[in-house]
Design a binder for this molecule. Structure first.
Ligand SMILES: [Zn+2]
Length: 489
């Protein structure tokens, strides 16, 4: 056999072959024997056990089996097919439609000490454990998904966070903490009845290992690493994918619907919310963990949202599905229309994350058109009505103190707001139709009744201090171009 081992050429193959049976006898797994031999990551790592054995001149696996149940004292079985299968099975069950993923791994601290201990024993540093686990695990997933899912370390779409734990060796790094002049400074504190230790991070342990001579490792730990009884377990396994954003405009054709669920002391105040009406069918479609509706401002629950609707986007958190046909999204829009739902959507579409800033930035720039049904304590005379409408043709600057009704959750400030347009028309008796175009953030109800002098001028003060009350309010237009056609995916 030549001095190559599947993909890597090895100058010291004879030495490695000489050490392989001894490592095998220590319970070191086939993959760790390859790592220890500094075989570069490549097909050798997912070759058959036969090929590994052949390359290393180990007896055929049918004789003393490599699939011995003894866990590997080097990788603690983080390279074993059994634990990888737990991860790949869970990942496949999620059915992400992404072709790429990246993996982050948290190892038990003892693994770093054991790598060093092995290096001292063989005279060579093994191939990096993290790189190897990612490589082997990635390949297993690739095969199990019929070559559909591959690892891209920097750019993989779904982040797979794997945490391994190994109770049996959990305190093996203690000698590094205890030794004289140790750079590891630990602190133990109690939180909610549980003791936590900080300071012995992976970086601190690796730094301290660098400061330790081989003799210290041999004396205070061991070389080769001692056998273990149990393999590692999964401590955590998370799958995280960047959010998907769906934008559109919503209409609220009835009153008493809040934008997001309105709950006080665990009881729902409104039966319906815009967020749930739109969010639930989308959640089913993209299979996200949660969703969050962000509107370009919000109207009160008792205010209708008419006209072309209010721009919003829905952030779908951790979606399993991102490739959605535009028809599937339109179907949600149609469904709401056909069932005559009081919440309707228009221009529903997948948008790029960058487009969401339009909603946030538009908050300050947009103007809104309102239509209110107002009751005055006594009918306005013709002169007053004309005077209000004449004033309403030019911009009207208001001083608004934070309304009493929101004072419990907003800072007490005086804001200057401009009404761009104001029109009052008599309907009958005490009732008037009032149309208002105002800049974002104007409190319309307070402009009408004056909020006991906290908004000046108010419709009530303009009418000569006649009590005015708002009976119904509708938003008729939110002038913000969203979703933008240019940012359409
Ligand atoms: Zn191993």
């Amino acid at each position: 056999m030549s001095n190559t081992c599947a993909t890597g050429s090895l100058d010291n193959i004879d030495q490695i072959r000489a050490q392989a049976p001894a490592l095998h006898a220590l319970g070191v797994c086939a993959t760790c024997i390859l790592r220890s031999a500094q075989v570069p990551l490549g097909p050798a790592y997912f070759g058959t056990t036969d090929s590994i054995h052949q390359a290393l001149h180990l007896p055929p696996p049918s004789l003393p089996s490599l699939s011995t149940p003894v866990p590997c004292p080097i990788c603690l079985d983080t390279l074993s097919a059994a634990i990888h299968s737990q991860i790949t099975t869970a990942y496949i069950a999620e059915c992400f439609d992404s072709p790429t993923l990246c993996i982050t791994i948290e190892f038990p601290k003892s693994i770093y000490i054991r790598q060093r201990s092995l290096a001292i024993h063989t005279g060579r540093a093994p191939v990096d454990i993290k790189d190897t686990v990612k490589y082997v695990l990635g390949n297993r997933l690739y095969q199990q998904t019929d070559n559909r899912v591959r690892i891209e370390n920097e750019t993989g779409e779904v982040r797979v966070e794997v945490g391994f734990k190994h109770e049996e060796t959990a305190m093996e790094h203690q000698f590094l903490v205890d030794r004289e002049g140790s750079g590891i400074k630990t602190k133990t504190f109690r939180k909610k009845g549980v003791y936590h230790t900080t300071g012995d991070s992976k970086t601190a342990i690796l730094d301290e290992l660098d400061n330790c001579g081989d003799a210290v490792i041999r004396e205070k730990f061991a070389s080769p690493p001692p056998a273990i009884k149990l393999p590692v377990e999964l401590d955590f396994l998370n799958f995280k994918r960047p959010s998907l954003f769906i934008g559109g405009r919503y209409l609220k054709l009835e009153r008493n619907i809040s934008q997001t669920p309105f709950v006080i002391d665990g009881r729902r105040v409104t039966e319906l919310s815009v967020s749930e009406v739109i969010g639930e069918p989308i959640q089913k479609l993209v299979r996200c963990d949660a969703y969050n509706l962000v509107g370009s401002g919000r109207e009160d629950a008792d205010v209708r949202m008419l006209g072309d609707g209010r721009p919003f986007y829905l952030e779908c958190i951790n979606p399993r599905i991102k490739s959605i046909a535009p028809e599937a999204v339109s179907e949600i829009e149609n469904q709401l229309r056909e069932t005559k739902c009081p919440v309707q959507v228009r221009r529903l579409q997948v948008i790029q994350a960058a487009a969401t800033s339009i909603i946030k930035e538009g908050e300050e720039q947009k103007t809104k058109h309102y239509c209110a049904l107002v009751w005055f304590a006594r009918p306005l005379d013709e002169t007053t009505l004309c005077e209000i409408n004449r004033l309403g043709e030019a911009p009207l600057v208001l001083q608004q103190k934070t309304p009493l009704r929101v004072l419990h959750r907003r800072a007490p400030l005086t804001r200057e707001k401009t009404l761009v347009g104001l029109q009052v028309a008599h309907i009958e008796g005490h009732f008037y139709r009032v149309r208002i175009e105002s800049e974002a953030g104007t409190y319309i109800k307070e402009f009408v009744h004056g909020d006991i002098g906290r908004t000046t001028p108010s419709l009530s003060s303009l009418a000569g201090n006649i009590t005015a009350d708002i009976i119904e309010l509708d938003v008729e237009n939110v002038s913000l171009d969203f979703p933008p056609a240019s940012l359409k995916q």
